[in-house]
Design a binder for this molecule. Structure first.
Ligand SMILES: Cc1cc2nc3c(=O)[nH]c(=O)nc-3n(C[C@H](O)[C@H](O)[C@H](O)COP(=O)(O)OP(=O)(O)OC[C@H]3O[C@@H](n4cnc5c(N)ncnc54)[C@H](O)[C@@H]3O)c2cc1C
Length: 301
């Protein structure tokens, strides 16, 4: 379903889930179990990540095709443009259009480690958004509106642009180029989200913003995410609670999930458009948060 229709039809808040394509038979099995457990939630959509530079191009396409065929989930593929030619992106758009994919998350991506410069045809995500819009305008998608387009945003700021005012100009350029909605990077302090949303409004960015939630469960996962997300900030309140838990892994899990739940409750109080869960292909943490919030959509969950 086109994102504009999802936004109109859904009960607030919209709930979406993110998965990454599995790379081993064990990981395939884990994801299958996770999908089975999460299916009764009836999420508004699920999104599938894409390795920057096309590293998981085939895997992403494969998982998106499977999800489409299952008829249970409505998949939104992530698409990064760094290192890609226009012709490669055009082919992917044709494949997704033919497969009945309604929306894409248009990203720049990061150059693979050790690669000095971007040899592709796209410099920024805004270039990709413009390219998709041209594809849409040529009537190459079965939906006359073409693909719905999401873009990334960073409540804590993107590391490449320390000038936060300039960063908002870059974000607005993505919306002006044709993006329909924003999805945030993971954040753990809602002040960052609220302030970001206010700054969007001041910058004239009116697109709906989905809040990226990562229900953490382990200290190692926390360290990994801090590195991956390019400097995620954990609020002192959470760090203090985790410090009190010491080496107790079960206490860590409870505290971290409590924190995610509190974050969601506060976001709901502030009329967030949607909660986007970074599941890391695990069902239990997301289920646990949604159960406590009472916004699951199926009696068996
Ligand atoms: C929700 C979400 C999902 C993601 N999924 C994936 C994924 O599946 N695969 C993956 O590899 N990565 C993914 N990422 C990470 C993302 O690709 C990186 O963070 C990347 O560094 C930025 O991508 P972007 O689309 O925000 O790029 P852009 O919007 O192009 O911004 C990148 C940087 O360039 C700056 N910039 C933009 N325009 C200009 C300009 N005209 N001049 C100068 N500077 C400019 C911006 O301010 C920013 O600092 C995801 C991130 C988020 C938030």
């Amino acid at each position: 379903m086109h994102i504009q229709d999802i936004l109109l039809a859904t009960q607030r808040p919209l709930v979406s889930l993110e998965f990454f394509p599995p790379r081993s038979p064990e990981a395939v099995k884990t994801l299958q179990d996770t999908l089975n457990q999460l299916a009764p939630l009836n999420p508004d959509f699920v999104s599938v990540t894409y390795g920057a530079g096309g590293g998981t191009r085939e895997l992403t396409r494969g998982l998106v095709a499977e999800l489409r065929q299952s008829d249970v989930f409505d998949p939104i593929p992530h698409l990064t443009c760094v290192g890609h030619t226009e012709s490669q992106i055009h082919s992917l758009l044709e494949i997704y259009a033919a497969a009945g994919v309604s929306n894409l998350l248009a990203l720049r991506g990061d150059l693979p480690v050790g690669t000095a410069s971007n040899s592709g045809d796209f410099q920024q995500a805004a270039d990709l958004v413009r390219f998709i819009r041209r594809f849409n305008e040529r009537g190459l998608h079965p939906d006359p509106r073409g693909f719905g387009i999401g873009v990334a945003c960073f409540p804590e700021g993107h590391p490449a642009t320390p000038n936060r005012m300039l960063e908002m100009d870059h974000l607005k350029a993505k919306i002006d180029a044709g993006a329909d909605y924003l999805c945030t990077q993971v954040f753990f302090d809602n002040h960052d989200f609220h302030d970001f949303r206010d700054r969007c409004e001041l910058a004239g960015i009116r697109a709906p913003i989905l809040a990226g939630i990562l229900p953490l469960t382990t200290a190692s996962g926390m360290r990994r995410m801090a590195e991956l997300a390019g400097g995620t900030r954990f609020p002192a309140r959470l760090l203090r609670a985790l410090q009190r838990a010491g080496e107790d892994a079960e206490a860590f899990r409870r505290i971290a999930l409590h924190h995610s739940t509190e974050q969601c409750l506060d976001l709901l109080d502030h009329e967030v458009t949607g909660l986007h869960f970074y599941t890391l292909n695990q069902a239990t943490p997301t289920l646990s948060v949604l159960r406590t919030l009472g916004i699951h959509r199926h009696p068996q969950v």
